[in-house]
Design a protein around this ligand. Structure first.
Ligand code: PLP
Length: 223
């Protein structure tokens, strides 16, 4: 199947109100343009330099999302243009995003990444840390960021029940935080969860943004 056909097939599974992020990491510009010609305008990447390069080379009406672990020293590379950073996993990173956003006179939209998987390797805050973070941070100093919700990655496993439980846990946290009180820099609008292997479950559990790579572009080249 072509990229356009894959895109169509994925879109049929995604309800209105859920945003499809086409994850184009490692994919060459020609493949991204196939998806673009299929109407896709929102793309996600996990490396700052690659994201910056592609944003320069590809059409200006693309929305670029940062979905992978972001080192603080790389924030400046994407700060001028990035639409949404899904992967805020430390206060230090949020501070740097705020600082770089201010330099460009922008407000950068962010999601707080929550560690919901069993694997040790996945980044993110612990669920338990999130309410205190939102309650206690000195939000007055974060006037150039807008936290729009939460992001999480489920364990890479065939056990659907486990994946579902992890998404349900993130959804429950989202609902709890949504009840507030919330500072003006925080709104709970977006729940970014679901990848090629588990996005149908994520949608059933309330995802508003799915990040899908291989189901659209096929297997990635090793880098
Ligand atoms: C690569 C990646 C995805 C997409 O993974 P696929 O399995 O190819 O759909 C989604 N989210 C993050 C954070 C990623 O790094």
């Amino acid at each position: 199947m072509s990229i356009k056909e894959n895109l169509e097939a994925v879109r049929r599974e995604i309800p209105e109100g859920c945003t499809l992020i086409a994850v184009s990491k490692t994919q060459p510009a020609a493949k991204i343009m196939e998806a673009y010609d299929g109407g896709q305008r929102v793309f996600g990447e996990n490396r700052a330099q690659e994201l910056a390069r592609k944003s320069r080379e590809l059409p200006g009406d693309i929305e670029w999302h940062m979905i992978g672990h972001l080192q603080t020293n790389k924030v400046k590379v994407i700060a001028p243009f990035v639409t949404l950073i899904h992967s805020i996993d430390s206060v230090r990173l949020l501070e740097e995003v705020n600082r770089q956003a201010a330099r460009h006179d922008r407000t950068i939209a962010c999601l707080l990444q929550v560690h919901i998987a069993e694997e040790q390797t996945k980044y993110g805050f612990l669920s338990e840390e999130i309410p205190a973070l939102i309650a206690d941070l000195n939000w007055g100093e974060f006037s150039n960021v807008q936290v729009k919700g939460l992001m999480g990655m489920a364990t890479f496993t065939d056990d659907e029940q486990q994946v579902r439980r992890e998404f349900q846990g993130l959804r429950a946290l989202f609902d709890k935080v949504s009840k507030g009180p919330l500072p003006p820099q925080v709104v709970m609008q977006e729940l970014s969860m679901g990848m090629s292997g588990d996005y149908k479950i994520a949608i059933e559990e309330g995802s508003t943004m799915v990040r899908i790579g291989t189901a659209i572009f096929g297997e990635r080249q090793q880098t």
